[in-house]
Design a protein around this ligand. Structure first.
Ligand code: PLP
Length: 356
């Protein structure tokens, strides 16, 4: 029986990615060697890195004055790498959850942080709107998808400065206007690859403007100059990322992915709005994440939470227990999640309602 994988990250990847990576673990590009045991300087691996970079540029329509990097240290490393490289005096941050708060903590080490708005007052269950972004800040940092709480900024914001965006959990899920961003970063372990690689898209001419000395390894210019090969890259995750990028292209690219993501999210949220036993955590439909759908038992049905987890398990549904800071449930429905699996969850909810 098929297992329906709703984990938040590491999480579901396309069958194509897994199959091709498994093959390459045994015999990579006809070398007779594993992708784990060839030099990153071999022509076969350099071709992987080049194609992965080119496909990111093609799929996201990245303009020529931006560079695409594959780095290590997770999105968490970007929390300090961004201010270290870009913050001259002050930067604006939008606080929409745990990850945004962690980014703010790091930025405060390097300059003044202006928190333009926060949704902390309601346990981060909405996306703030109507706040002012000062025009004299070095950048505005946002987290486009809040993996834990289940909110998402679904459009490219109109602000007087360029944006730095943590897109760890919604990269490649909808088209984006890259020109509005100075930096986009994403830990790979949701929509791209296994953990171990971080995608960074960066506007080149913003670099070299800060006075502080920058250690070589965390200077973006190092990685631009060395084409993500300054130090040994995580070869297996980069290979897997390339497979997912090929899969994205073969399946109609980002616009097609967005259509599927809208349909999947609608199926699940419609059921949450209808079913008397469950309520979505995010009241405003415009703020609801298409990637991480969070919900709780409706008032009066709280005692049934454990039982629903058991029912879900009986349907081979895994990974829907909510993050401890929210409780309830979280269904992560990333790009690779087929709508049929969302359907299985919806059916389980319907059956549960009928039973009680
Ligand atoms: N930002 C967001 C939005 C995330 O969801 C996560 C991890 O889940 C992180 C940052 C941290 O990423 P990493 O574990 O790659 O450092």
């Amino acid at each position: 029986m098929k297992t329906h994988n709703f984990y938040a990250g590491p999480s579901i990847l396309p069958e194509f990615t897994k199959e091709r990576t498994a093959e390459a673990v045994m015999n990579f590009a006809g070398t007779g060697l594993s992708v784990m045991e060839v030099s990153h300087r071999s022509k076969e691996f350099v071709a992987v890195m080049d194609e992965a970079r080119d496909l990111v540029k093609e799929l996201l329509e990245v303009p020529a004055d931006y560079e695409v990097l594959f780095l290590q240290g997770g999105a968490s490393t970007q929390f300090y790498m961004v201010p270290f490289n870009l913050m001259k005096t002050k930067a604006a941050y939008l606080n929409t959850g745990t990850w945004a708060s962690k980014a703010i903590k790091e930025a405060k080490l390097y300059g003044e942080v202006i928190e333009v708005a926060s949704s902390k007052d309601k346990n981060f269950n909405y996306i703030p709107r109507g706040y002012e972004v000062p025009s004299d800040v070095d950048y505005l940092h946002i987290t486009t998808n809040n993996t834990i709480f289940g909110t998402e900024i679904l459009e490219d914001l109109d602000v007087p400065v360029r944006i730095v965006a943590d897109m760890s959990s919604d990269i490649f899920s909808r088209p984006i206007d890259i020109k509005k961003y100075d930096v986009i970063y994403a830990g790979a372990q949701k929509n791209l690859a296994p953990s171990g690689v971080t995608l960074v898209i960066i506007k080149k001419d913003i670099l070299g403007k800060v006075d502080r000395p920058i250690p070589t390894m965390i200077d973006y210019r190092t990685h631009i100059d060395k084409e993500s090969m300054f130090n040994t890259p995580p070869t297996v995750p980069v290979f897997a990322a390339l497979m997912t990028l090929r899969w994205l292209k073969e399946n109609g690219g980002i616009k097609e992915m967005e259509k599927k993501n809208i349909a999947k999210a609608k199926l699940l949220y419609d059921e949450l709005d209808r079913n008397k036993m469950f309520v979505p955590n995010i009241p405003n439909p415009e703020d609801r994440s298409r990637m991480n759908v969070t919900f709780v038992m409706a008032p009066g049905f709280e005692e049934f939470e454990k039982e629903f987890l058991e029912v879900a398990a009986a349907h081979n549904i895994v990974g829907i227990k909510g993050h401890r800071s929210v409780g309830g449930f979280r269904a992560s429905i990333y790009n690779a999640m087929p709508i049929e699996s969302v359907g299985v969850l919806v059916e389980a909810m319907k059956e549960f309602e009928a039973k009680h």
